[in-house]
Design a protein around this ligand. Structure first.
Ligand code: AVJ
Length: 322
């Protein structure tokens, strides 16, 4: 980028990261945005999480998709553009793509991690040579431009994994509104296929976010490693512990990093004090009731058309149209 663009106030990803980290650490309940958990190492660790026995969402959602894929494909209709938000390794999309590869006008995976995105796009092109893959490396919580799209009948937004649960209610509403703008910009009626984790007993929920092998702990703590590396910070990794808590009022799991001592850390030249036991809140993972998602989506003009769940109702895949 030319210097003049920087001088005029354009922000780079690095600027946004520094700004968000510093403003989060200045709050009384210190907080860091969960999207920053996904650097190259964090994306790898998240992939490991999805393969843990205690982490039920990935397998449960996959089983739902597999079981109902015929119905889902028929409902999606002809010649769609499939836009996936937070595609990561695009593993779950395979189930959809296997069924739709010859129908799909283009697959547009969007992810904040350029490394995960590049690897996934490469693999998909080899596996589905006839399908157009148009990856976009971007933070989809900010306005973004889609690449030029080939002819299509309509646009379907795919948002699996219950990533919607990482958003506060106002952020979730903003997401549904932006998905409506994207899906509504196609020729036919826009669609949304979204996965949502459901409320369930705590003896299932807590281990899913605090696994015995410590992969989720490593995933959470990696955010401090990233801040040390990218923002010239000096967090002592030995003095922080991972914690997964249930917040009943908000119906969500919260990940925190708990300070194990009175300590200080310097981040990009600014000093921060942490009391022993004080936490940095790093992620929320909302667990929905049967109508939870439909209520949020309705505010942005989405109407639920289908709802598929597993036998225990642990996870739901829902289809909406505009
Ligand atoms: C893929 C973002 C939905 O909240 O379950 C997994 C992220 N965090 N373990 C989730 C996550 C800790 C995951 N999402």
């Amino acid at each position: 980028m030319p210097d003049s663009a920087l001088a005029s106030g354009a922000t780079t990803a690095a600027d946004a990261f520094r700004r968000d980290v510093l403003s989060g650490l200045r709050k009384s309940q210190k907080t860091l945005p969960s999207k920053y958990l996904y650097d190259a190492r964090g994306s790898e660790l998240f992939d490991q999480i999805t393969r843990l026995d205690v982490y039920y969402p990935t397998e449960t959602e996959r089983a739902i998709l597999r079981e109902h894929i015929g119905e889902i494909a028929a409902a999606i209709g002809d010649r769609p553009i499939v836009v996936e938000y937070g595609s990561g390794s695009s593993d779950k999309t395979r189930i959809l793509l296997e069924e739709l590869q010859h129908e799909i006008a283009a697959y547009v995976p969007i992810d904040i991690s350029p490394s995960a995105l590049g690897d996934a796009a490469e693999r998909l092109r080899q596996r589905y040579p006839a399908m157009e893959v148009l990856p976009v490396a971007a933070d989809y919580t900010r306005p973004l431009a889609l690449p030029e799209l080939p002819p299509h009948d309509h646009i379907v937004v795919f948002f699996p994994g219950s990533t919607i649960g990482n958003f506060e209610a106002d952020e979730a509403r903003a997401f549904f509104a932006q998905a409506a703008r994207v899906a509504g910009s196609g020729r036919g009626t826009g669609g949304l296929l979204i996965g949502a984790d459901q409320r369930k007993p705590l003896d299932v929920l807590i281990p899913a976010y605090d696994d015995p092998e410590g992969v989720t702990a490593a995933f959470n703590l990696n955010l401090l490693t990233r801040i040390n590396r990218e923002l010239d910070a000096d967090f002592d990794l030995g003095l922080w512990r991972h914690e997964a808590r249930w917040n009943e009022n908000e119906s969500r799991i919260e990940m925190h990093l708990v300070s194990q001592a009175d300590q200080r850390a310097t981040v990009a030249g600014e000093a921060f004090a942490f009391a022993s036991g004080e936490t940095i809140h790093t992620e929320i993972s909302t667990k929905y009731g049967p109508e939870g998602l439909a209520d949020l989506a309705a505010d942005a003009g989405w109407t639920r058309q289908d709802r598929w769940t597993d036998a225990r109702s642990w996870f739901a895949v829902e289809r909406y149209t505009l």
